[in-house]
Design a protein around this ligand. Sequence first.
Ligand SMILES: Cc1cc2nc3c(=O)[nH]c(=O)nc-3n(C[C@H](O)[C@H](O)[C@H](O)COP(=O)(O)OP(=O)(O)OC[C@H]3O[C@@H](n4cnc5c(N)ncnc54)[C@H](O)[C@@H]3O)c2cc1C
Length: 399
Amino acid sequence: MEFHPDSGLEAFRQEVRQFLRQHLPSDLAGRARSTRSPAAEVRRWQKILNEHGWGAPYWAKAHGGTGWSVPQMLVFDEECAALGTPTQDGFVHKLLGPVLNQFATPAQKAAHMPAILAGERLWCQGFSEPGSGSDLASLRTRAELDGDHYVVNGQKIWTSYAHESDWIFLLVRTDANVKKQAGISFLLVDMKTPGITVRPIRSIDDCHHLNEVFFDNVRVPVDHRVGAEGEGWSITKFLLNNEHASAADLPALKRYLRELHQLAATQQAGGERLIERPEFALRLARLEAQLRAIDMMVQRVAALEQEHHPAAHTLGSMLKIRGTELQQQLTECHVEALGDYGAVAYAHPHDERADDAPLPLQDAARGLANDMFFRRASTIYGGTSEVQRGIIAKLLFQL
Ligand SMILES: Cc1cc2nc3c(=O)[nH]c(=O)nc-3n(C[C@H](O)[C@H](O)[C@H](O)COP(=O)(O)OP(=O)(O)OC[C@H]3O[C@@H](n4cnc5c(N)ncnc54)[C@H](O)[C@@H]3O)c2cc1C
């Protein structure tokens, strides 16, 4: 594949920069890190984007989106990351949204889309269960029909942001007597429904993103099911088959490298700047070389994805492995480069203990230890590296 500078894309980049200069409030700039922004910021930023016609950057025009190409979406993500805008709700924009656009009834779309676009309805993903992660089809949370409702009982785990989401999209077992994939259905559930209990799991970064979610006789109207009963597995395959080009989180990688360069140019170690130390300069150069290789691959996958080419799937798995490994290496290097400051974590905005008091450490260190610890999980969530290697072995090498 040949890469040439795309003048159209460059013009689009300028348009995005101009948009962000005009519409990103200064108190929302520089806020995003590796996880979803706090709910209030996600809602506020979503509302601003929507008011200016950019509320759904990843959807086709026919579905109320901007209709951008995959390379344009990447440019948008990159420019937002460069300024540290709050995140959007990735679960709804990148995963659930395409499902609703494809499979939801007109009534379901009317019930959800306006609130989603206005930033009034945030979502979490209720797939994983204790014992059902990589082997998702073995899930046991059951939904039994009772008149025009399902009665849901069971438990989900690792449910990111459940504690500050309005709705959950949920995989449930509606038939235990058929092949396991055939007995799964896809439900949309209001988190305020009686019988739902959310319990926090504090992760290694000492923050609260993750939860256990318990369902105890939770009554869900049948018309909150997306697709037919038993169609949940094929809907899930559709959902998981999106967004290969963003698997590496290239905008975050670029931000990490940029920050590392800034730090290396200023941080002193043994009387000299870090960048003047050959071993550090070499390490930085190696990280940068890896990032450039990933960048090229992202452009390649974006082009394939734009054409709905099946190779995007295998290459997406490679990107997920290499991108998440690089996220870990960059954040580790960052924390090491900070010396003593690197050990200082911050009170994360998701955290109920957080306050806005200034922290007694240089700004560069704020939150980096948290990021480094959080990124330990990147080779697990979104499909573990081992499972990605299995996909590559099967699809690329027919093993
Ligand atoms: C930070 C974080 C956020 C998450 N957020 C969500 C969320 O919002 N919603 C949600 O539903 N889930 C979420 N998850 C769960 C995530 O999807 C699962 O952790 C992941 O799918 C792995 O499942 P598991 O934890 O059950 O591990 P297991 O599947 O039990 O895997 C254990 C080990 O066995 C290996 N393994 C498993 N199967 C194979 C195989 N076939 N071949 C080779 N090796 C294999 C794995 O690679 C791993 O090393 C999150 C996880 C994390 C860490």
